[in-house]
Ligand binder design. Sequence first.
Ligand SMILES: [Zn+2]
Length: 412
Amino acid sequence: MNLEIDQDRLLSEIEALAAISDADPPAVTRIVFTPTDLKARVWLRKRCEEAGLTLRQDAIGNMFARWSGADSTAPAVGTGSHIDAIPNAGKYDGVVGVLGGLEAIRALQRSGFRPKHSIELLVFTSEEPTRFGIGCLGSRLLSETLSAEAAKRLKDNAGESIEDVRRKAGIGGELEQVKLPAGYYKAFVELHIEQGPVLERKQIPLGVVTSIAAPGSMRITIEGAGGHAGGVLMPDRRDALCAASELILAIENAARTTGAIDTVATVGICEVFPGAVNSIPSRVRVSVDIRDTNLERRDGVIKTMESAINAISAKRQVTIHTETLNADAPAQCAPAVVAALSDACRKHQQEFLPMVSRAYHDSLFMSRIAPAAMLFIPCRNGYSHRPDEYASPEDIARGALILAEALADLSA
Ligand SMILES: [Zn+2]
């Protein structure tokens, strides 16, 4: 089998898709189910049809483009990613996995390879949480990590329900039917830019993902008592910001002391009320994001945080309310798919790094219903979700080549 990636065509397709955007180049903005997103979908559908793939779309707008294998009843081998982009993003996040996946299929077709298992390109709806406040909408529904009933309660920023939004976008069917039947995929592989600096720093061209970290995220509200910055003396204070400060440091300390480098915790938002120079803060709201590749360890940090909350509220006479926004479990990638990717790298004499995905991906949810793994390529400075996001043509083509090789192996 002689696999050759058409690098020029792949690159020009990435440019063409980037031009379908609501932001000025080089920035890309493509929010799910906007006219721009729908235009991008039409464009992509044409590319898939040109490759002779059979298209289907489910009720949340996930797109499946299938190259039928010799055994059409055997479970398929899936690959893909997303094409939605947050405001002012770059060209490569998600897109490399979609167009790289398409080019991998075309390269296999050109080589004369005939798969036994069908190979299917899957384009997920709304990996980004921009519109509905929840990421990986398509893959959550495919894996039933999110029920159809819960999805129907989602509204976009303008207050429109997901049912209305998708129907207006011309997407029919019932959300109850999105869930994939058990054993639908034999394997699933997602090609993606790393969105971190590790590969570039180590000068290794490929990363084979062995586990995907997942965040637990919370919104914490601390209620103390306000008052005049001059009038209320220190013994009488119930300062909500001082309590929040103790809590933030307790969270940092809990993450630092698990003994594992994979534990990370971040307080990225701190809103202070009333926010005046001469007024004691009466209420503070903070966001907390705690991630790990190991669920027990991550939940251990959350427990430590909870006991700190109890201690701080007792000591400082404040009330602290925690709202859990999200507590997805991390995933271990499937050894068989990791092996297929690693073997593909070896076959093409490419150095690779087994690594952890620290960002969230649709593969996290696909791994609940299929043996899944990911392949990373470097991106400049680790930048992502910004207009200067960049992956080199050589790295993109290399990723598509290794993906093609692994798809051949898994679908034979
Ligand atoms: Zn992505």
